[in-house]
Every structure is written in structure tokens, then in C-alpha cells.
Design a protein around this ligand. Structure first.
Ligand SMILES: *[C@@H]1O[C@H](CO)[C@@H](O)[C@H](O)[C@H]1NC(C)=O
Ligand SMILES: *[C@@H]1O[C@H](CO)[C@@H](O)[C@H](O)[C@H]1NC(C)=O
Ligand SMILES: *[C@@H]1O[C@H](CO)[C@@H](O)[C@H](O)[C@H]1NC(C)=O
Ligand SMILES: *[C@@H]1O[C@H](CO)[C@@H](O)[C@H](O)[C@H]1NC(C)=O
Ligand SMILES: *[C@@H]1O[C@H](CO)[C@@H](O)[C@H](O)[C@H]1NC(C)=O
Ligand SMILES: *[C@@H]1O[C@H](CO)[C@@H](O)[C@H](O)[C@H]1NC(C)=O
Ligand SMILES: *[C@@H]1O[C@H](CO)[C@@H](O)[C@H](O)[C@H]1NC(C)=O
Length: 689
């Protein structure tokens, strides 16, 4: 990013540009390569007005990890002393000196102070300026760049300069070097291109519900009428009694804490319906009919339907997995985005950003890693001009985050710009600092994906020129959420025997043949709390697969992580130095459910995640009963105390070309540290302050 001043000044002369950069200035950002699909066109006319935005450098961003460990590591004296949202904003906001220095520089450059606005979270300054003004300020030239793919035109420069003393105070300036294509962004316009690339089954929007295994017509199987407490058939049908027995979960007795509702994220028209819940409650539980979640409908979202045919598989599975564990505690459904966005498969479930905006207002305008606020074209924008779209403003901080949030949706990190991911991951960190636990599904496609036509990332589901490089998920790659994998009770086994990883090569029904997501990120290095576990895994159970050791950065790879570049010529197929996932696991196969009025078995990490999240909610309930705070970010405590989980040592997470990792003793990238033991987790977390 930084270049020697004389060299760049020299270059300008050589290219016959009129710009002479004073010695006091340095290059702040420079494009390292031209993106092939963009073509440089005419100069932007000097009197054209540009909306300029300056992302200010935040304070203490690099210390975020340590701050989070300070309140989440059980060996820290500050364990459980979570921060308020004001404390979080104050710690990371740009310093007064930064704001003052940058606005003074702008004034000296002829930008009237009155025309400058500052975002509420103090993160950035915005003002209108003519091209001439901003070109003079930054010693640059703006050109129109045309996107050959969409025909879109955007103003950008190749490099820009700021006084040397300003560099440390700013993150980035737009318009600048960034060419933000709807490229990397999936819109209806580009969906045809995507279909050509990936086939009609494809969709590369970053978040989608984990593949579920809807299996109402399994040939040799009928629902077995049995008592609610029957444990004889848990190998073919997982009921709430099977889950309670597996993880030794006792009923929730005593006063429930008002502030401890379990939060569940829903999108993609995954409505819940009361009849399904009642049928499920009646057949499998002692929960009374009419019990239902609290609906928090975000930006025009709709959680509930009264049309039984419209009930969503994911929405129902999540509630039916969690209710038996938390009841009589409540569940809060966060249904995200208006129905126009939710029904567009290329935009719906885009990212989770509008959800995070709704539960933390400061995130709406948060600037970091060169990104500010939501990414238009990638994230839904409000008011939504489409017919039937939500006409209100983007909801910022309208809802309170619950102590535990379960997300059964995910996608792949190669589909999401690096800076975008990091900004979002940082928000999981900030909410963790405030005591919120995020549990996210690790995916149902093992180390990659199913072969076509099930795959959507390449012919095998893996990546690279040989279609063999593993394909890690997003947002579970973020080290500040807890990634949940899936296990199963192996056929013929009981709940009193150890479970296996979900993937089952012995079964011939393709729909049951899912592989629990796992592997190593290309974007995040191994976090401190996981170092020993991962080192021990490689020391004692090296998978024997070729690997590379490389972390994607913006400088190396301008937008999306490029695993081909990361692997280079090593022949490696996974990243040995990336954050490993999942962290934990729970049952996710043959789950008895009612959806759309009928009975069926479903599976996926979609079920494992609300099960694990519900158990964490119960742990919080017991802590609240004795006057302690919720547990917040779980991973440091779990990795330091693996005895609170049942280690899973059987099964694999094979996918794409039949490769994958194996579940082994200790942490592994298939089932993580293992499945929950409610009594042992309770013992641990009640012993912590
Ligand atoms: C610009 O205006 C704001 C408030 O209107 C003030 O706080 C700030 O000090 C001014 N900056 C300069 C450099 O005058
Ligand atoms: C649900 O309960 C009814 C009534 O007891 C019973 O006939 C039916 O088989 C049960 N369904 C399942 C899937 O267990
Ligand atoms: C609860 O609802 C289910 C589904 O409508 C019904 O079959 C059952 O009889 C109801 N139970 C009671 C106690 O009303
Ligand atoms: C109920 O939902 C189904 C499936 O989405 C839909 O086809 C049908 O039109 C809906 N019925 C009503 C009355 O809205
Ligand atoms: C482990 O999985 C294999 C199939 O992959 C199965 O035959 C075996 O019974 C399982 N063992 C356990 C302990 O679950
Ligand atoms: C299960 O899926 C794997 C990976 O896609 C495939 O190789 C295998 O043949 C499948 N097994 C069966 C029995 O369909
Ligand atoms: C990814 O990297 C490879 C190898 O460096 C390069 O050939 C390819 O063009 C890159 N892909 C993209 C989309 O930048």
C-alpha cells in the first residue's frame, strides 16, 4: 500500500500526467492489479459532484481479540465481565485527535466544515465535492470505469495521496481504488451468468440454509407409535427423548429468566406454523399446544404463517429441535428481510448484515477493513423500491440481541469478499464482548460439497484447477462464533453408545448421505484458544493429505479469497495454518419433525445448531438463577475444558473427490471437541465467575 514517494512521482511524469505530488504526501492506496472486467474510460468531468467518504482509523481494533479473550477465557480474572455497547463503541471509535486532524486537513483543502457529516458511531466523515476539488486534495485523477459484465460505470482512481501525517488517521477513501462490482455480488442480473457457470442448481449467495434431508417417503420405515420416553428407536428416529438421553438434559424446572429467550435467525421464507408445532408437541413432548415463539420481524420479515402449505422446513426444524430443551423458556425468532428479498434466491439470505444492523445499531454505519455499512447489491437495501418491498428505513438497533443466537444458514468463504467477511466477523467479536454467544451451523457438505448436480462451487464441490482444494464455509470461518457440526446414532446402536460423525458411506439413500462441514479457513489464522488443540491433532492424527500454509489478504487477493493463488504450486488441498472448524457437534440426523402438517425425518447441522444453542441457553438459565452473567463467547472455555464434551472418534466428513478428514480422539475438523454433556457443561460454567 505504501510506496516510496519519489518513485511514484516519477511514474507520474513518465505517464505524462500533469500531477506533481509534493514531498509531504504519500500514496495511501494503490491498485495492485487491474480487474479484468473493468475498462478505464473517460476522465470524470471536473465539475461532476462525487460523494466522498473517509473511513477513519479506529482505535484499538487490533486489540479486539485480546479484549474478547479477557472476558471469555476461564483463566482470566475478568471472565464474564462483559462490556456495555457504549463501552464497545468508545473503545473502538476513532480518537478525537483523528477526527480533528482529518477535518482540519479537509478544511485546509477547501472543503467547508459545514458540508462534512460524521456518522453516529464516529466511524467516518462524508461530504460532497467536485471532482476537481477531490483530485486536488488527493493528487489524483478520476476516471470512469466500465464493468464489462453489467455495463455499470463507477468513478475510481489508480492511486491517491494524502499528507504523510494523515495516513495513520484514515482507513480508506471512496471513491478511491475500489471497483465494487455487482460482480462479487449476486444479483438477479448476474444470475444468468452464474447459472452458466454453475448450472441451474447453482446459487452462490453466501448464506443459505444448510441442506436438509426431507424424507417423508423413506421406503422401509414408518413412524413407530411409541411413548414419548421410548428410547428403542433412536437409531432410526431421533425424538426429543433421544436428544435428552444423549446429552443428559434434565427438564427446565424453576423460574425462567425473562431476559434469557433463545434467539434463532431465519430467512428465505422459512415461516413457522402453529399446527406443526402443536402436532410435534402433542406427539413427542409435554409442551402445551399453542406454545409459540416471540417473533421479531426485521425490515419487513415475517416469521409466522397461518397457511400450513407455506411452512418452511428450516423454520420448523429449528423450533422443534430447540423447544423441548429450553421450554418453558421462550424462543425469539429473528426473521430477516422483506419478502421480496427473501423470495429472491440470489439475494435472500445474503449475508446476515441486516440482522446484525437490527440488533446493534452501531453496525449500520460501522467502517472497517475498507467497508462501511452494508454493501449495496450484496446486502438488501431499505427502503426497498420493489413492489411489496419494505418501505421503512433500514432497522438499526431496533431489537435487543438475545444471550444466545442460533444460525442454521451458511455459505462458502470463497464467495464473499475478504474485507466484507472481516468486518462482519469483527461484529461477532463485539457482540461476544457484550456477552452474546453465536452458534453457527458448520454446513452439510463436508470439506467441500456434493458432486454435481448437488454441488454449486465447481464440478466436484471443491476448488482450484484440479477441483480438489477443500472449500471452507462462511461465516463459520469467523473465529468469534462457535461452529457446530453434526453427529448421528449409528444404525443398530443406542443412545448409550458413542455417536458417529454424520457422514455414512454405508447408506444408499442419497438424501441421508450428508457430510458434516469441517476444515480450515483460508481467511483467518488459527486463533489462540485453538492452537493447542489443532497442534495436537496434527501431531497425533495427521490426516496425511497434502497442504499449503497461507492466509488470504486483501493485498494479495483484491476481492474474493483465491485458493488457487494460496495453494500456489504446493499441490496442497487444505490450509494447515487456518482457523479449524467445527468447534463442537450435536446430533443432526433422522430428526423427527412435523412440517407442512406431515411427519418426516430431517437432518443437517441445521438441527445440531439449535440443539447446541438450546443447551447453552439452559446453562445461562442456571447461571442467571445464581446471579451470574450469561456465558458469552464459548470457545476459550470449551477448548480449555474438553472434558465437558463427548469426544466423537468415528466417521469422516468426506465430500467432493471422496476426500476428507476423520473424526479422531481429541479435537478434529469433523466433530470438533465433540457433543455436549449437559451436566458436565453445567458443572464447568457454574464453577466460573
Ligand atoms: C467542524 O465542525 C464541528 C462541528 O460543527 C466542530 O466540532 C469541529 O471542531 C470543526 N472542525 C474544524 C476543524 O473546525
Ligand atoms: C402421533 O401420535 C398419534 C396418536 O398417538 C399416533 O397415532 C401417531 O403414530 C404418532 N405419530 C408419530 C410420527 O409418532
Ligand atoms: C393439540 O393440537 C393437535 C394438533 O392440532 C391435536 O391433534 C391435539 O388434539 C391437541 N391437543 C389438545 C390437548 O388440545
Ligand atoms: C399457501 O401456501 C402455498 C405454498 O406456498 C401457496 O401455493 C398457496 O397459494 C397459499 N395459499 C394461500 C391461501 O395463501
Ligand atoms: C463407525 O462407523 C462405521 C461406519 O462408517 C460403523 O460400521 C461403526 O459401527 C461405527 N462405530 C461406532 C462406534 O459408531
Ligand atoms: C455418498 O456420498 C459420497 C460423496 O458424495 C459418494 O461418493 C458416495 O458414493 C455416496 N454413497 C452412496 C452410497 O450413495
Ligand atoms: C487466482 O489465482 C490464480 C493463480 O495465481 C490466477 O491464475 C487466477 O486468475 C486468480 N483468479 C482470480 C479470479 O483472480
Amino acid at each position: 500500500m505504501w510506496r516510496d514517494l519519489l518513485i511514484s512521482a516519477h511514474l507520474y511524469v513518465a505517464t505524462a500526467s500533469a500531477i506533481v505530488v509534493p514531498r509531504s504526501h504519500v500514496v495511501h492506496e494503490e491498485r495492485s492489479q487491474t480487474a479484468g472486467r473493468w475498462v478505464k474510460r473517460d476522465r470524470v468531468t471536473t465539475d461532476a459532484t462525487l460523494s466522498v467518504r473517509i473511513g477513519l482509523a479506529q482505535s484499538n481494533l487490533e486489540q479486539g481479540h485480546d479484549f474478547l479473550m479477557d472476558v471469555s477465557d476461564p483463566s482470566s480474572p475478568n471472565y464474564g465481565r462483559h462490556w456495555t455497547s457504549e463501552e464497545v463503541i468508545d473503545m473502538f471509535r476513532p480518537s478525537d485527535e483523528t477526527i480533528e486532524t482529518v477535518s482540519q486537513w479537509l478544511q485546509d483543502g477547501g472543503i467547508f466544515n459545514e458540508s462534512i457529516t460524521q456518522s453516529d458511531n464516529k466511524g467516518w466523515l462524508a461530504f460532497p465535492a467536485t471532482a476537481k476539488q477531490i483530485e486536488r486534495l488527493l493528487y489524483t485523477e478520476y476516471h470512469e470505469y466500465e464493468d464489462l459484465k453489467t455495463g455499470g460505470v463507477q468513478a475510481a482512481c489508480d492511486r491517491y495521496h494524502v499528507p504523510a501525517y494523515i495516513g495513520q488517521h484514515i482507513d480508506y477513501i471512496t471513491p478511491g481504488i475500489k471497483l465494487m462490482a455487482p460482480s462479487d455480488i449476486v444479483t438477479e442480473e448476474t444470475s444468468r451468468d452464474l447459472q452458466k457457470r454453475y448450472g441451474p442448481e447453482s446459487d452462490v449467495q453466501p448464506l443459505r440454509p444448510r441442506r436438509r434431508h426431507w424424507r417423508p417417503h423413506w421406503p422401509h420405515w414408518q413412524p413407530r407409535p411409541s411413548s414419548k420416553d421410548d428410547l428403542r428407536h433412536c437409531d432410526v428416529e431421533i425424538t426429543p427423548a433421544c436428544i435428552a438421553a444423549l446429552y443428559e438434559i434434565s427438564p427446565n424446572v424453576g423460574e425462567v429468566h425473562e431476559s434469557n429467550s433463545l434467539g434463532i435467525y431465519e430467512a428465505g421464507l422459512n415461516y413457522w406454523d402453529q399446527l406443526d408445532l402443536d402436532l410435534f408437541f402433542t406427539n413427542f413432548t409435554r409442551i402445551p399446544n399453542g406454545t409459540h415463539p416471540i417473533d421479531e420481524n426485521i425490515d419487513g420479515g415475517v416469521a409466522r404463517t397461518t397457511n400450513i402449505s407455506a411452512a418452511g422446513v428450516e423454520g420448523t426444524l429449528d423450533l422443534e429441535s430447540a423447544y423441548p430443551i429450553v421450554y418453558p423458556q421462550t424462543i425469539t425468532v429473528f426473521n430477516v428481510d422483506d419478502l421480496v428479498y427473501q423470495s429472491n434466491p440470489y439475494v435472500s439470505l445474503a449475508s446476515g448484515n441486516t440482522f446484525l444492523d437490527a440488533i446493534d445499531g452501531s453496525y449500520c454505519t460501522y467502517s472497517a477493513y475498507g467497508e462501511t455499512g452494508d454493501a449495496p447489491g450484496f446486502d438488501p437495501t431499505y427502503p426497498d423500491p420493489a413492489p411489496g418491498g419494505y418501505k421503512g428505513r433500514l432497522q438499526c438497533g431496533v431489537y435487543k440481541p438475545t444471550n444466545v443466537i442460533s444460525i442454521s444458514y451458511s455459505g462458502y468463504e470463497v464467495d464473499v469478499p475478504i474485507a466484507y467477511q472481516k468486518r462482519q466477523c469483527n461484529e461477532y467479536l463485539k457482540l461476544g464482548l457484550q456477552g452474546v454467544s453465536f452458534l453457527i451451523a458448520s454446513g452439510d457438505s463436508g470439506i467441500g460439497n456434493y458432486p454435481s448436480p448437488y454441488g454449486y462451487d465447481g464440478p466436484t464441490g471443491c476448488l482450484g484447477p484440479n477441483n480438489n482444494i477443500f472449500n471452507p464455509g462462511f461465516p463459520i470461518n469467523c473465529p468469534y462464533a462457535t461452529a457446530v457440526g453434526a453427529t448421528k446414532v449409528y444404525p443398530g446402536h443406542t443412545v448409550f453408545e458413542p455417536e458417529s460423525a454424520a457422514y455414512d458411506p454405508a447408506l444408499s439413500d442419497m438424501q441421508t448421505n450428508f457430510s458434516s462441514g469441517g476444515g480450515f479457513s483460508n481467511v483467518y489464522p488459527i486463533p489462540s484458544y485453538q492452537k493447542n488443540a489443532v497442534a495436537s491433532y496434527f501431531a497425533h492424527h495427521d490426516p496425511g493429505l497434502p497442504y499449503y500454509s497461507s492466509i488470504a489478504t486483501d493485498a494479495l487477493l483484491p476481492v474474493l479469497p483465491n485458493v488457487t493463488a494460496l495453494a500456489g504450486n504446493t499441490g496442497g488441498i487444505y490450509n494447515r495454518i487456518g482457523r479449524g472448524f467445527p468447534d463442537v457437534a450435536a446430533n443432526g440426523d433422522n430428526i423427527a419433525t412435523y412440517t407442512g402438517g406431515s411427519f418426516g425425518l430431517q437432518g443437517g447441522t441445521s438441527a445440531s445448531t439449535p440443539i447446541f444453542a438450546a443447551i447453552v441457553t439452559r446453562i445461562n438459565e442456571e447461571r442467571l438463577r445464581v446471579g451470574k452473567r450469561p456465558v458469552g463467547f464459548l470457545n476459550p472455555a470449551l477448548y480449555a475444558n474438553p472434558w465437558v464434551l463427548n469426544d466423537i472418534t468415528n466417521g469422516t466428513n468426506k465430500a467432493c473427490l471422496g476426500q476428507g478428514f476423520e473424526a479422531v480422539q481429541g479435537w478434529d475438523p469433523v466433530t470438533g471437541l465433540g457433543t455436549p454433556s449437559f451436566p458436565r457443561m453445567l458443572e464447568l460454567f457454574l464453577s466460573l465467575p
